[in-house]
Every structure is written in C-alpha cells, then in structure tokens.
Design a protein around this ligand. Structure first.
Ligand SMILES: N[C@@H](CCC(=O)N[C@@H](CS)C(=O)NCC(=O)O)C(=O)O
Length: 120
C-alpha cells in the first residue's frame, strides 16, 4: 500500500525526484532495487517514524508492512527476525536474507544502499 501511495504521489507531482537530482531512469533503477527491501513498522512507533521520514525524504519505493494491522506481517517478522521489535528492514539478496533492526542502522543502510544502487 505504502509503495502505491509513494508512486501515486510522485506521479501526481509530475516528476520523479527533481530535488534529489535523479533522472527518471535512475528513479526506476532505485524503485526496482527497492523490491528487495521490506520495512516492518507500526505508525505510532517513533523509531519507525524516523525511518519512514527518511524513506519519504529519499523518495524510495519500499514495501512497508504494518505489523499492527497485518498479523501475517507480525508473524513473518517474529519467524524470520526472531522478535517483533520495529522498525525492522528485511533485505533480500537472492537466497540470502538479513533482518536489520535499529532505526539508526536502517537509516545508515538506506543511505549507503541508494548511493550504491545509483553508482551502478
Ligand atoms: N533502539 C530501537 C528501538 C525500537 C523500539 O523500541 N521499538 C518498539 C516500538 S516504538 C518496539 O517494537 N517494542 C516492542 C518490542 O520490542 O517487541 C530503534 O532505534 O529501532
């Protein structure tokens, strides 16, 4: 849902991410790479809001699953990550998955990840 909202907003605003100096092709590359990332969160969590603000600011398209609304998401987080603490970023690279907890680590990862994706 969040992914759709972000895409719709970008379409409505009529451009990709001019403030970030990205071309439409770069934005598409980033959106595609973002399919390997999933954020587990709930809206009233301040640490989650910090990460969501960063995602919005960087105009990333990442699936965000609200564990308070989606029992399947909560169960997936518990089963995969080992606990239900949020925020948690699921990073999938082929067969390998990493469950990254800690909001500051997630923000640091997202900044480095987007720079790396865009640098090819
Ligand atoms: N130091 C962590 C704090 C995360 C945290 O305390 N999250 C709370 C929600 S605001 C939580 O998930 N608590 C429930 C639990 O740990 O199971 C961060 O910066 O991400």
């Amino acid at each position: 849902m969040k992914r759709l909202v972000t895409k719709w907003k970008r379409w409505f605003q009529g451009s990709d991410s001019p403030a970030l100096g990205r071309s439409p092709a770069q934005q598409r590359t980033l959106d595609q790479a973002g399919e390997n990332l999933t954020l587990f969160f709930f809206p009233s969590c301040p640490f989650c809001r910090k990460v969501l603000r960063e995602i919005e600011h960087m105009q990333l398209t990442i699936e965000c699953r609200n564990i308070r609304q989606d029992v399947g998401a909560r169960d997936a987080l518990k089963a995969g990550g080992g606990r239900t603490t949020v925020p948690c970023l699921l990073i999938s690279e082929g067969e390998q998955v990493q469950w990254l907890y800690e909001s500051s680590d997630i923000v640091r990862f997202l900044r480095a990840w987007s720079a790396s994706v865009l640098s090819g």
